[in-house]
Design a protein around this ligand. Structure first.
Ligand code: GUN
Length: 291
């Protein structure tokens, strides 16, 4: 087969979303004197988290929003972190609160998430927002990564209604909300995971295949239906002595092989990853506009 998939340019769509967000933020300031504010809370020194958090702060500033990071030591207690959340909940200048995951072992992440005011939960992790997503109530917040996937599908003219969508992975951050968003958009959705038998039987029927399992190059061309739209949410570090850093980032999809059978595909990097922060800004502006 010599055909080649169209590349879904996540970086370009993310730039467009961020430009829209910047316009909305400017309008909020002009009409109501509100500068949308996002606070990211980072506990400990996980290097990957530190990179994400810096880019979130930078993206806020570029969109004309107020972005601030609270850095706390890895030894922070649950009570101390709850007190920080309480303070941010009560601060009218803060419209979005994001507590970076994962948290150190002594802290129960669910207890923290439940403490965040659902109206400021721009991650969409609070049970109230999770429930709203499931019942299709659009006034909640959907988690940023799967929400970003829906925007990519829309901007690339992929009509979801009636399609067979297969989601690989059942995480709370990606797989389950992805399932809800696709089903709300009238796809027929199958969720596969580590206990799924005969995975390729499921993936072979997918018109839309979303991979979010965290296994490098897991999805190969034989698993993909010719003409499928393939969305790769994976961000995996693999050793690469040829690279200065000693590693490189690959997705969950064998890009070279799968791009020969798919009709559209997201690259890694430059695909879904960039959309996550763009959607976070979008959620924050919406939180500010209804505050
Ligand atoms: N860690 C990795 N992705 C995310 C995310 O989307 N939100 C939060 N809070 N933590 C993360």
């Amino acid at each position: 087969m010599t055909s080649h998939a169209e590349l879904i340019d996540g970086a370009a769509v993310a730039d467009a979303v961020r430009a829209e967000v910047a316009r909305e933020a400017a309008a909020l300031l002009a009409t109501r004197g509100i500068t949308p504010g996002l606070t990211v809370v980072l506990v400990g020194e996980d290097p990957a988290s530190a990179v994400y958090v810096r880019s979130k702060e930078q993206a806020c500033k570029e969109a004309g929003m107020h972005g601030e990071t609270i850095r706390l030591p890895a030894t922070t207690s649950q009570a101390e972190l709850l007190a920080v959340v309480d303070r941010l909940n009560a601060d009218p200048a803060i419209h979005g609160i994001l507590v970076q995951m994962p948290l150190p072992k002594q802290i129960d992440a669910q207890a923290i998430i439940r403490r965040i005011d659902p109206r400021k939960d721009v991650d969409g992790f609070h049970p109230e927002n999770v429930g709203k997503l499931l019942i299709g109530d659009a006034d909640g917040f959907a988690p940023c990564t799967p929400a970003g996937v829906m925007v990519l599908l829309e901007r690339y003219g992929v009509d979801v209604a009636g399609k067979e969508a297969v989601v690989l992975g059942r995480s709370t951050i990606v797989g389950k909300p992805m399932m809800s968003l696709l089903v709300n958009a009238s796809a027929t959705v199958t969720v596969c995971h580590s206990r799924t038998r005969d995975l390729a039987r499921h993936t072979a029927k997918a018109d839309i295949l979303v991979a979010a399992i965290g296994k490098p190059n897991f999805v190969t061309a034989e698993m993909v239906r010719p003409g499928a739209v393939v969305i790769d949410v994976g961000i995996n570090r693999v050793e690469d002595p040829a690279n200065k850093k000693g590693y490189r980032i690959v997705g969950d999809v064998d890009f070279t092989g799968v791009s020969r059978v798919a009709s559209k595909i997201t690259p890694v990097p430059g695909g879904v990853g960039k959309m996550t922060i763009a959607m976070l800004l979008k959620n924050t502006v919406r939180a500010a506009s209804v505050a």
